[in-house]
Design a protein. Structure first.
Ligand code: ADP
Ligand code: MG
Length: 278
């Protein structure tokens, strides 16, 4: 199997095709997700991010063009479970993703549906809860947890199915700052320690800084692509796409205009501090 876990090839998607109110949500997307990478997808509301995400595990099939997961065409209905097992999805609202009366049952739900023997499920639940730092809540009812904790349980439910890739569709959008941090740290750890490929959709700039690669969507198309530094130094372009750069990058950009010795491509406060103290 090649380097590419997911491939979008001239993928287009139209909602309400053949109706008067049809809408082109994706237009000729060409994108490859590399095995093991942390790919962030940015874009304002309605730019097509969720539509793109849902193509990654065959929740939506392209109107034209193709999507491949491990070289399997997502329109191949006989292989749908292989695709869904390779690529899991975590959504915005954790309440919609938790169904059982205890955390343990919730995390076990996916592997049970895969027909995995109960002894193996028990082991997987333990490992998955450890991976998200929720082992002490194993027997708690999910509805009593904080938003960040619920989201981590939803992530554990995905991990228990041993996916190669998890697509996160704005997983922190409904969380408070503490919950956001918990969830982001968990996602980064899954990528670094467990080698899980991450497709992280967000509109928070600061969640993108550590990504290997960033794609910016606009009106169903890819408007920008590159490393975080390459993307965030295009401040005017980002503004024209209704996106902000991280505060510290905007500051560096302005300081650079006064003093060219200050680099423009500063993405973190730590980097800024080390330049100023130099
Ligand atoms: P994002 O996730 O970036 O906010 P979406 O992929 O949800 O964008 O939506 C892209 C476009 O498709 C938007 O214009 C949105 O209104 C439209 N859209 C999304 N879902 C549907 C749907 N189920 N039916 C019709 N139009 C939709
Ligand atoms: Mg969305």
């Amino acid at each position: 199997m090649g380097d590419w876990l997911i491939r979008f090839e001239n993928t287009s998607y139209t909602y309400g095709q053949d109706t008067e109110r049809s809408l082109d949500a994706l237009i000729n997307i060409n994108l490859k997700v590399k095995r093991g990478e942390f790919l962030a997808v940015l874009g304002h509301n309605g730019s097509g991010k969720s539509t793109l995400a849902k193509h990654a595990n065959a929740l939506i099939l392209p109107t034209s063009g193709k999507v491949f997961v491990n070289d399997i065409d997502t329109t191949d209905t006989e292989k749908i479970w292989a695709i869904r097992q390779s690529v899991g999805m975590v959504f915005q609202n954790p309440d919609n993703q938790l169904v059982a009366t205890t955390v343990e049952e919730d995390v076990a739900f996916g592997p049970e549906n895969l027909g995995i023997p109960s002894k193996e499920i028990h082991k997987r639940v333990t490992e998955a809860l450890e991976a998200v730092g929720m082992e002490e809540y194993r027997f708690h009812p999910p509805h009593q947890l904080s938003g960040g904790q619920k989201q981590r349980v939803a992530i554990a439910g995905m991990i228990a199915m041993k996916p190669e890739c998890i697509v996160f569709d704005e997983p922190t959008a409904m969380l408070d700052p503490a919950g956001r941090l918990e969830v982001m740290n968990t996602i980064k750890r899954l990528n670094k320690d467990e080698g899980i490929t991450i497709l992280h959709i967000t509109h928070f700039m600061d969640e993108v800084i550590d990504a290997d690669r960033v794609v910016v969507m606009d009106s169903g198309e890819i408007a920008l692509e590159g490393t975080p530094k390459e993307v965030f130094t295009q401040i005017d372009k980002l503004h024209s796409l209704h996106l902000d750069v991280p505060q510290v990058t905007a500051l560096a950009h302005r300081l650079h205009q006064k003093n060219p010795n200050i680099p423009q491509n500063i993405l973190t406060v730590d980097e800024m501090v080390s330049y100023i103290c130099r």
